[in-house]
Design a protein around this ligand. Structure first.
Ligand SMILES: Cc1cc2nc3c(=O)[nH]c(=O)nc-3n(C[C@H](O)[C@H](O)[C@H](O)COP(=O)(O)OP(=O)(O)OC[C@H]3O[C@@H](n4cnc5c(N)ncnc54)[C@H](O)[C@@H]3O)c2cc1C
Length: 399
């Protein structure tokens, strides 16, 4: 099979890249190893920067029609009360809110829109297993396994959007610098009832934090534990976990029994890493394949989408003209996206070190830190985290 661009992975980075290239009439084939997007733990937040970008390509209305929830502010409950940490209404309209939307709906919307362009092909249930190379070692496509067996795809450019355990990265022998993370996350659902409160609930207390994301008829819960602490949590037993969840978020106390077995609880391993070089001859890596993001701030999807927008804008015209993309072109994409990635990861690492790690070690009462209390007295300060989370450094557009 021959295509101009072979995109490995149909996550946020891969599908946005596929869509934006197909709009420029570049032949693009996206390979996704799963049959659908219905995996549970993919993160839920779509931020104003991504909503602005979707607006540019006429998808804002359909995005608004998905079963999502808008959060105008990020509020955190400490032992001494509930505080507004980020006020998104202070950002420019119209997308001055966080949008919590199950990622499978978001990805399905992107795939459906992309399929309206003749240049776009999505091959589901197709797993990339190896790279194809020419005599000089340059990447010229991939080998994959699909529903009909082995597949070889020849491409002018291969883009790895296959996430933090990237097969492409491994095949290239590229090793990211691992910056470490003090936490992992337990991910589970508990039913939601009228009167539970809307949007996102974030509860901080000794020993960690619990997030409950409003997904309509259930809360998607993220319970943060110390790195490598899963075995300890398991050894303490499911009853102890239920008690902890009920203690942190009392509204769930009458329902924690829904966590019936450990099969109801998934362990998500948190990683922060980054490649020094995001490209090699014939291949570019973007999104988590180039830089795995911590869940802090829920910005990983948005950075992946913006990497894709930059790559499509910078490489699309050359590819559409049938010209070869050089390594200098690929290096330019990395140069453009490196600064926002490094700055965002540095903020996440500082938050991990200064906020999450001490919280996980705390044994007594946890009151709101001074900067958060100050931001209650001077609400204009709530615009700063809102901007960092919602828009961030160097947002990309697709006009
Ligand atoms: C606990 C946790 C919670 C998070 N919560 C949030 C959040 O709320 N908001 C947020 O913005 N970010 C969140 N993140 C980060 C976010 O999930 C990632 O940064 C984001 O998904 C990266 O997008 P991506 O497209 O680069 O990769 P991915 O989303 O990982 O997509 C990669 C795709 O490639 C496919 N694939 C993999 N290997 C192959 C192969 N060999 N062949 C074919 N296909 C393949 C996968 O099936 C997948 O569809 C969270 C991360 C963690 C760890």
């Amino acid at each position: 099979m021959r295509t101009t661009v072979c995109v490995v992975g149909g996550g946020p980075a891969g599908l946005v890249l596929g869509l934006l290239l197909a709009r420029q009439r570049v032949q693009v084939t996206v390979l996704e190893k799963h049959a659908d997007f219905l995996r549970d733990f993919r993160g839920d937040t779509v931020h104003p920067s991504t909503l602005d970008l979707l607006d540019d390509i006429g998808l804002a209305d359909r995005m608004a029609g998905l079963p999502g929830r808008r959060a105008a502010a990020l509020r955190v409950t400490f032992d001494d009360g509930t505080y507004t940490v980020a006020d998104f209404t202070r950002l420019p309209a119209p997308h001055n809110y966080l949008y919590f939307v199950p990622q499978w709906d978001f990805l399905e919307l992107l795939a459906t829109e992309a399929a309206t362009y003749p240049a776009f092909t999505l091959l589901r249930s197709t797993t990339v297993t190896a790279l194809r190379r020419d005599a000089s070692g340059a990447v010229t496509g991939v080998h994959a396994t699909g529903p009909e067996g082995e597949l070889e795809i020849e491409a002018s450019l291969t883009v790895a959007c296959d996430g933090r355990d990237s097969v492409v990265r491994h095949a290239l022998g590229l090793r990211p610098v691992d910056y470490g993370a003090p936490m992992d996350v337990l991910w589970f659902r508990i039913s939601r009832r009228p009167g539970d409160g809307d949007g996102l609930a974030m509860r901080v207390g000794s020993g960690g934090l619990l997030l409950a994301i409003d997904r309509g008829d259930y809360h998607q819960c993220a319970y943060v534990i110390a790195k490598g602490g899963y075995e300890t949590v398991r050894a303490a037993g499911l009853a102890a976990l239920r008690d902890e969840v009920a203690r942190r978020h009392p509204v769930l106390a009458d329902r924690v029994g829904e966590l019936a077995t450990w099969d109801d609880v998934k362990l998500l391993t948190v990683k922060v890493d980054r490649l020094r070089r995001w490209h090699a001859p014939g291949v570019l890596l973007i999104g988590d394949a180039a830089h795995a993001m911590s869940p802090i701030g829920g910005v990983g999807i948005n950075l992946a989408v913006q990497d894709a927008a930059a790559a499509a804008r910078m490489l699309g015209p050359t590819l559409a003209a049938g010209q070869p993309v050089t390594e200098a072109d690929l290096a330019a994409v990395q140069k453009r996206r490196q600064l926002p990635t490094v700055l965002t990861q540095n903020v996440q690492r500082a938050a991990q070190r200064r906020v999450v790690d001490p919280l996980l070690r705390a044994t007594g009462r946890v009151d709101a830190p001074a900067p958060i209390r100050l931001a209650q007295r001077i609400p204009a300060l709530q615009a700063v985290p809102a901007w960092l989370i919602g828009i961030g450094v160097r947002p990309e557009r697709a006009r």
